[in-house]
Design a protein around this ligand. Sequence first.
Ligand SMILES: Nc1cc(-c2ccc3ccn(Cc4ccc(CN5CCCCC5)cc4)c3c2)n[nH]1
Length: 226
Amino acid sequence: MRFDVLTLFPEMFSGYMTQSLLKLAIDRQLVQIHLHNIRNWSRDKHQCVDDRPFGGGPGMVIKPEPTVEAVEEVQTLDANPGKLVMLTPQGETLNQQVVERLATHKRLVLLCGRYEGFDQRVCDILQPEELSIGDFVLNGGEVAAMTVIDTVIRLVPGVLGDEESSHVDSFSTGNRLLEHSQYTRPREYRGHQVPEILLSGDHPQIAAWREKNSRDRTQERRPDLL
Ligand SMILES: Nc1cc(-c2ccc3ccn(Cc4ccc(CN5CCCCC5)cc4)c3c2)n[nH]1
């Protein structure tokens, strides 16, 4: 799967791309991430990409020319132009079902804004899918784009090992329970014991304990999921 990210801050992705799961997926050529700085498509000698909003108001707006021309050129870099997604506070809210839909595409082109966002004509001309990652305000689209990448790559075949395959993730279609509690060594820590059943090797009983623990946690924390 190929991701192209258009942003004014490509350096924000450097550390993220060295993160283990994504780095492994890239090294194994299961995933490609291509970063593009929108500023490289600015037309003026000062490389300006933003300007004051017509009609007044706070902040600056990213100009339509460099943005549209950047997306159009980036889309030509592969035979498949990809699914264009704009990260925005005003978009459809991301959830696991949206992630599963996005993962069906071979290429995602993620458009990250800053300031007050993009000139409306960027949406009118390019008609991107507009995505929010939740009802809170970020300072730009980059963290939202990383969230999209982070969630979608878990669904790319081969990225997760069989053991940890994503179909048993919480929120996956058909699985609406929170995950059960997890424990590892030591068996006791500051007087807190690991539940004996998990040490028993009795796998049917362990599975039953985990199912009940998932249900109890979901009832307690997210009854809306039941
Ligand atoms: N899920 C989610 C995605 C984003 C997101 C995504 C992309 C961009 C690009 C720029 N920003 C910053 C920003 C923040 C708030 C506003 C609204 N504005 C505030 C001041 C008064 C008028 C209205 C606009 C732009 C972004 C924020 N935030 N949250």
